[in-house]
Design a binder for this molecule. Sequence first.
Ligand code: SF4
Ligand code: SF4
Length: 135
Amino acid sequence: MSRRAARSRPRGVQITPENKCSFCVGSKCCNYVTQKIPGPRSKYDFEHLLWQVAHEGVEVYKDEDGWFLLFHTRCRHLRADGRCGIYERRPQICRDYDNDYCEYDAPAEEGFELHFRTYDELNAYCRRRFRRWER
Ligand code: SF4
Ligand code: SF4
């Protein structure tokens, strides 16, 4: 998936996969989780999504892999210095995440086909998608 980057690119320093994370302000990829969901089709499905994005820190997006919920939430194991507090026993998905080209390099949103950050954004989409959408 899916994320965005606060970046710090020091002048004169060659950024490599080995040192990149140390320059990633906020350790972006440790500050959210995503969950794949079935693609919404019916009004009921979108009503459900509206309820979800009405909550703070919850967004929904669609990319080439399908529809996802995005929760902005900091991992409890992310230390103040940006390092992982359980590095040796971190979950497999953390081990698999490749920083060769990650959110430090480009915001994940660049790959989103659809992205709803708020209730109002999704509601506007629903009004366009469904001829009868009273809201
Ligand atoms: S993998 Fe990328 S987004 Fe995650 S901390 Fe490292 S540089 Fe930042
Ligand atoms: S377990 Fe470690 S690597 Fe994984 S999200 Fe939390 S702080 Fe980041």
